[in-house]
Design a protein around this ligand. Structure first.
Ligand code: 4NP
Length: 155
């Protein structure tokens, strides 16, 4: 069982969408994996995803309305095998909490799943319009396809 954690800043825009998209692929392909999401900040603990993220998911048949925000914690390094962060700021914040090399090797930028070491970011859509959320959906979907393929090959 591969345990995957999707991480952004607030856990209301990008990472819940990543959780919902990845969960759907795991179910469709019957992969031996589970997925969760968290934010590095505590602003939105217990909150529903942003309505714009919910809408962009629903457009593509992914319902994330039932998810609730939670904050990333050190014990997530024990709980998860792969920790995917959306941008370089999330990357720095998560690495700063790592207790050693074993924790650090679990962390990667989500879009590195599409192109290793490309260090592209899923941009924060919070202050933009709906087009930003569609862009985020497309980027995350591509990355989750790549992750699903690698889980499928390696099982
Ligand atoms: P997320 O987006 O990290 O993709 O969930 C954000 C959500 C909330 C805030 C920033 C980014 N905020 O500043 O409250």
């Amino acid at each position: 069982m591969t345990k995957i954690l999707m991480v952004c800043l607030g856990n209301i825009c990008r990472s819940p969408l990543a959780e919902g998209i990845m969960r759907q692929k795991i179910e469709e392909l019957g992969l031996n994996a589970k997925v969760d999401s968290a934010g590095t900040a505590n602003y939105h603990v217990g909150h529903s995803p942003d309505r714009r993220s919910i809408a962009s998911g629903l457009t593509h048949g992914v319902d994330i309305s039932g998810l609730r925000g939670r904050q990333f914690q050190v014990s997530d390094f024990d709980e998860f095998d792969l920790i995917y962060v959306m941008d370089k700021s999330n990357y720095a914040n998560v690495l700063a909490m790592a207790r050693g090399e074993d924790d650090k090797v679990k962390v990667d930028l989500l879009l590195n799943a599409v192109k290793p070491n490309s260090f592209r970011e899923v941009p924060d859509p919070y202050y933009g319009g709906p087009q930003g959320f569609e862009n985020v959906y497309q980027l995350i979907n591509k990355a989750c396809d790549a992750i699903a393929r690698s889980l499928n090959i390696n099982r």
